[in-house]
Design a protein around this ligand. Structure first.
Ligand SMILES: Cc1cc2nc3c(=O)[nH]c(=O)nc-3n(C[C@H](O)[C@H](O)[C@H](O)COP(=O)(O)OP(=O)(O)OC[C@H]3O[C@@H](n4cnc5c(N)ncnc54)[C@H](O)[C@@H]3O)c2cc1C
Length: 456
């Protein structure tokens, strides 16, 4: 079976690559392999009644399948080069920005029309942040919401299904380099192609590492972000979220001069489990539909850990800490801020009496037994700093869920075309280590598709 282009991975990177290729080169033979299910078959067994926490399904329906890790996400498309990845370092800021807007345009013509775009240009908020040692980053954010994000994915699939051969529930095991292209090996068959685009995201990080080792493609890994997810009454953050929706705020701690940052803010949202390679961590999202809103807002507070020689396994470090929380709590641990600063664990009764009603059923416990002191001190310092711009943040009943980990894929050595040392073999999206977001992963897909289209 011979294709012009084979795409491995059906997340935003793979989908937008397929979309752009089929648009630029209609009639070209494109296949997309995805180890997870089609969109409509993606269901997480956690129903809050029979199944209350993660049961480690062999293929996680939240992380894998058509739409990738982004399918049930909050659908926040950040249009900025300030965060979400370093694609701009490869392709230039101007091109990156143009592509981010181009992706936004596709979303708007595929079910996203009418959704709101937020602009972080409010000078008063910026000033208030700066006066309290907090730095508000500039960004424009399209919030699709989990519901509209799903509709966009459905419409993209409907448009692509006759132009692209989709192979679901089909993990790619190996990529072989041939004289005139590549052979993609699955459990059943082998498929050849001239160009191969690998877009396996965070869940495919270990597989990506193996492929890079087999093909002798250089990689680098030295960063992991660790922290907690904060949940508090939505009113506490409403001055920020009503205006900006998502505020990306960075704080430099006094004690260790580490940067702590807010990440993935979900006004009126819910906190959820995330399963990466069998390790249960925490995340969050929210719906555009007001009938699905909760009374709470959640966001992560993360500290970046960069390691230097001789230590190389930053993800292993993050995994060990997440495993510790899984060992103590059987999954995610929840603790009241008041309990944390008093040096005592939260208990079932303390959580039950809490004025903030948790949106995730997590195990009450003690995060100081899990997170390294340096990281925890930084988080506590930032909570007090945030309390000055959003009074109530440092309330005793503010909930902290842990741990939240942002695993960064090792950075795969690719050039300015996102091409590896093998001509025609591209690595894009979060799996390349170059992007860490929906918008940047999607933009990288479009970018590579255009590069390939010029050659076909
Ligand atoms: C709960 C949650 C909420 C999030 N919210 C946001 C948000 O609001 N905004 C934002 O910007 N980002 C968000 N993110 C991150 C965002 O989803 C990712 O940055 C984005 O999906 C990356 O896209 P990708 O295509 O590179 O990888 P992925 O979306 O991870 O897709 C990779 C796909 O490749 C498949 N795959 C892996 N290995 C193989 C293999 N060997 N063979 C075949 N297929 C394979 C996987 O099953 C997966 O479907 C969120 C993530 C989660 C988990």
């Amino acid at each position: 079976m011979q294709y012009d282009v084979i795409i491995v991975g059906g997340g935003p990177g793979g989908i937008y690559a397929a979309y752009e290729l089929s648009k630029q080169r209609p009639g070209s033979r494109i296949a997309l392999f995805e180890l997870g299910h089609p969109l409509e078959k993606r269901t997480c067994p956690i129903d809050g009644v029979k199944v209350k926490s993660c049961i480690n399904c062999p293929v996680c329906a939240i992380m894998s399948g058509f739409g990738g890790a982004g399918a049930f996400s909050d659908g926040k498309y950040n249009i900025t080069n300030q965060f979400g990845g370093t694609l701009y370092e490869k392709i230039g800021k101007k091109t990156a920005t143009e592509l981010l807007w181009y992706v936004d345009g596709i979303n708007m013509t595929h079910g996203g029309e009418g959704t709101k775009i937020y602009r972080a240009v409010n000078q008063d908020i910026k000033k208030k942040c700066l006066q309290n040692g907090l730095h508000l980053l500039d960004a424009e954010v399209r919030h699709l919401g989990t519901d509209v994000n799903y509709v966009v994915l459905q419409q993209l699939y409907d448009e692509l299904k006759d132009k692209v051969d989709f192979f679901f529930d089909t993990p790619v095991r190996k990529i072989k380099v041939d004289e005139e292209g590549y052979t993609v090996v699955t459990d059943k068959d082998e498929y050849s192609c001239t160009y191969c685009v690998v877009s396996v995201g965070r869940s495919g990080s270990k597989w990506m590492q193996t492929i890079c080792e087999e093909l002798d493609i250089p990689t680098e890994s030295n960063r992991v972000d660790l922290g907690v997810r904060v949940e508090l009454p939505a009113q506490v953050f409403s001055d920020l979220t009503d205006e900006l929706y998502e505020s990306k705020i960075v704080y430099r701690t006094e004690k260790f001069e580490d940067n702590v940052r807010t990440f993935c803010m979900n006004p009126h949202g819910i906190v959820v489990n995330e399963n990466t390679n069998g390790i249960v961590t925490v995340n969050g999202h929210s719906f555009e539909d007001p009938s699905k809103h909760t009374d709470n807002t959640n966001f992560a507070l993360l500290v970046s850990k960069h390691f230097s020689e001789p230590f190389k396994d930053s993800n292993g470090y993050g995994e060990s800490i997440a495993r510790l929380s899984n060992m103590l709590g059987g999954g995610v641990i929840v603790q009241r801020f008041g309990d944390l600063v008093r040096g005592r664990r939260s208990t079932v009764s303390r959580i039950a009496e809490c004025t903030v009603v948790p949106t995730l059923a997590a195990t009450p416990g003690d995060l100081s037994l899990v997170l390294p002191k340096r990281i925890l001190d930084g988080i506590i310092e930032m909570i007090y700093a945030l309390d000055k711009i959003a009074p109530g943040t440092a309330n005793d009943d503010t909930l902290l869920y842990g741990v939240e980990v942002k695993f960064y894929n090792m950075e795969v050595s690719v050039d300015e075309n996102l091409e590896t040392r093998y001509p025609g073999l591209y690595v894009i999206g979060d799996g390349s280590g170059v992007t860490h977001s929906l918008s940047h992963a999607s933009a990288s897909g479009v970018y590579v598709a255009r590069h390939i289209a010029e050659k076909i």
